[in-house]
Design a protein around this ligand. Structure first.
Ligand code: NCD
Length: 357
């Protein structure tokens, strides 16, 4: 007679996934899932920025020792939404550190997702093969669910794979905010006393949500945040409340009038209206052209301001002819953002893998 095997652990309750909270970084990125900027403290941010700057320096001088940082490690790129920069900069980050990258041949539409597999099962499959999963998914908190299921898998198999969020719907985009903060500090030296103006689709723009919270966590003293948007695309109340609670020293203004704030702004953070998030095409058409950055708009900004954009850009930065003029303006730093993104992601990936830079 064969004895029945006793289950090794009681199955988790139905709310366990919903209630999942990521661990704070607390000075050690090793083995951490990265799903929210809320996991980072000022010392964690200082350390990440130092590491990113160091990796940038070593990459530029051709220091080949960085090739051992991710040697024999595998990063899986799992994107359920479109991406150029985030996807490719994570891949490049891994390759520059000597690691390997996998993805489903032909993209996620040719994975078992096409057969109807749910996120929990797909993530656990990938978690069996990779050390790090970079996940972009249209649902808010999808990366939290992925982290939860990877922890369950680790408990079952005894091996560890972590998830780094590459954007969860209209929720957060932590690695973008980290590269944005790095770029602000790199270009302007600090965040103290800065006037930072977010413009555009602040309701759906996940990069704005993460960056506003991150500036609060960074502890910018005497900073001011302007949220400039049409009334229908205002920054979520939860984001403003988070900033107010974390950083009472930071003042905030909401307005639909760019002219009111532009001449005093140090950091102009322009965003795309997230057309793909609109259920109603007419609603999108109604506000798509509300804020357009053109050379004549930039002419009214401070001489030492910086113009940021997470990209991609469409008509919210005018025509290709406008792009050419904006791109040549020394205040435009979106190319720096793109390149810094790779270095910040190298620092993040090295960190979660436990590699010493
Ligand atoms: C952003 C995103 O995906 O949220 N892009 C990016 O990752 N750099 C911004 C956008 O798509 O508008």
């Amino acid at each position: 007679m064969t004895a029945l095997l006793a289950p090794t652990a009681a199955p988790p309750g139905p709310d366990a996934e919903v209630e999942y909270q990521p661990r704070a970084i607390e000075g050690d990125l090793r083995g951490r899932h990265i799903v929210s900027v809320e996991q980072f403290s000022r010392p964690d941010l200082d350390s990440l920025c130092r590491t990113a700057a160091e990796l940038r320096r070593r990459t530029r001088v051709g220091d080949t020792s960085i090739l051992r940082l991710a040697r024999r490690k595998i990063l899986a790129s799992l994107f359920y939404e479109a991406s150029t920069r985030t996807d490719m900069s994570f891949q490049a980050a891994m390759l520059r550190m000597g690691g390997e990258v996998i993805s489903t041949s032909g993209g996620v539409q040719f994975s078992s997702v096409y057969k109807g597999e749910n996120l929990a099962d797909t993530v656990r499959a990938v978690g069996c093969y990779a050390d790090v999963i970079v996940l972009r998914h249209p649902e808010v908190r999808s990366s939290y669910a992925a982290a939860y299921h990877l922890d369950q898998l680790a408990a079952r198999l005894g091996t560890r794979c972590v998830v780094i969020s590459a954007g969860d719907g209209v929720g957060e985009h932590p690695s973008q905010a980290l590269l944005d903060l790095f770029t602000i500090v790199d270009r302007l030296g600090d965040t103290d006393g800065l006037r930072i103006t977010f413009v555009g689709d602040l309701a759906n723009g996940r990069t704005v949500h993460s960056l506003a919270k991150l500036i609060a966590l960074y502890g910018a003293r005497g900073a001011h945040l302007d949220f400039v948007s049409p009334g229908s695309l205002r920054v979520p109340a939860s984001v403003a409340a988070y900033v107010a609670e974390r950083a009472p020293d930071i003042t905030m203004t909401e307005t639909d009038d760019l002219e009111e704030v532009l001449p005093d702004t140090d950091v102009i953070y322009w965003t795309r209206v997230q057309e793909e998030r609109f259920a109603d095409e007419a609603a999108y058409e109604g506000i798509a052209d509300r804020y357009v950055m053109t050379p004549s708009v930039l002419a009214r900004a401070k001489r030492h301001a910086i113009l940021m954009h997470p990209l991609p850009r469409k008509h919210e930065m005018g025509t290709p002819a406008d792009h050419a003029i904006l791109d040549a303006d020394p205040r435009s730093v979106y190319f720096h953002q793109m390149q810094n993104g790779m270095f910040v992601r190298m620092a993040l990936v090295a960190g979660v893998l436990g590699a010493h830079v």
